[in-house]
Design a binder for this molecule. Sequence first.
Ligand code: AQP
Length: 350
Amino acid sequence: MPDLTKPVPAAPAYSGPTRVFSGVQPSGSLHLGNYLGALVKFVAMQDSHECIFCVVDLHAITVPQDPERLAAQTREIAAAYLASGVDPKRSIIFPQSAVTAHAELAWIFNCVARMGWLERMTQYKEKSQGKDAENISVGLFDYPVLQAADILAYKATHVPVGEDQKQHLELSRDIAGRFNREFNAPDFFPLPEPLHQGPGARIMSLRDGSKKMSKSDPSDASRINLLDEADSIAKKIKRATSDSEPLPETVDGLKGRNEAANLVGIYAVLAGQTEADVLREFGGKGFGVFKPALAELAVAKLGPVATEMRRLMADPAEVDRVLRDGADRARAIAAPIMDDVRRVVGFWRP
Ligand code: AQP
């Protein structure tokens, strides 16, 4: 029988590797925003960091999902990681629900986080707006706590964040800091740092340049899906909201022209150029010239990704092998950390 009266020894200070954690929800079709804002950046990070990339299915069920489709959508996200160039030998790719540490640590963090912290989260306020507040799942409110658990179950030190996720990462830091203080375990959890995304961090809707491109936007015309056919991509770009002015010669001239700025930004990231480069070529030209050039570029860049995704989705066994191996490797990292967490919290351990 262990002696439960003995004080808990202080946990070791954090001195682990530089580790990146990020995730994508299997909540619908991936779009250009996810591709440029997340997948392309993930590929680049593999050279400089140990990377853990998750398909966050626990997050997806904060809003209703079709149980018949959820596993297929999880494989589709994994296929998108692979088709974009994430290397499953170097990086870990796995489904969140396959590693129970996420849910367990989220519960412990629920008892560390404060209601007031969560009530201030703007994404929750936005997502709950106009809906019957009484009828929103507790999970949607609690989502950022699970996000903190996702990161800290691996003691990840860096998290690539789009603009929309900055506040949630701050919350993860607050939770890590409070846990370390509350349990007298200085530096047990690292305070995860943002990895700034650079261009493409916020791709906007093709219908409304003030709203981000999003899977859950009811209008399919608002986004380019990774699996859209070439003619559909071209049509959506042709019909994208724009204005009647020609493109400006300088980046300053894009101020106040949200839709034009978005289309120029998309071109720049896809072409690996700066916005200034794009305007040097297209400044003074109208959308009748610019949109077809953008459509051609988008089809050329996205076509091969879609082809590889389709190939992988036709071979679920290959994707499942990657996910199973990833889950085993993720579990092996999280297990000793969770063991330490249980000890620090004071839970009974045999
Ligand atoms: N419009 C965007 N521009 C740049 N990056 C984006 N990301 C999402 N939308 C854009 C980045 O994609 C990653 C995965 O996002 P997610 O699937 O976990 O959920 P999300 O951010 O909530 O994406 P959506 O499309 O808006 O989904 P719904 O509509 O389901 O909420 C993240 O790194 C995100 O920053």
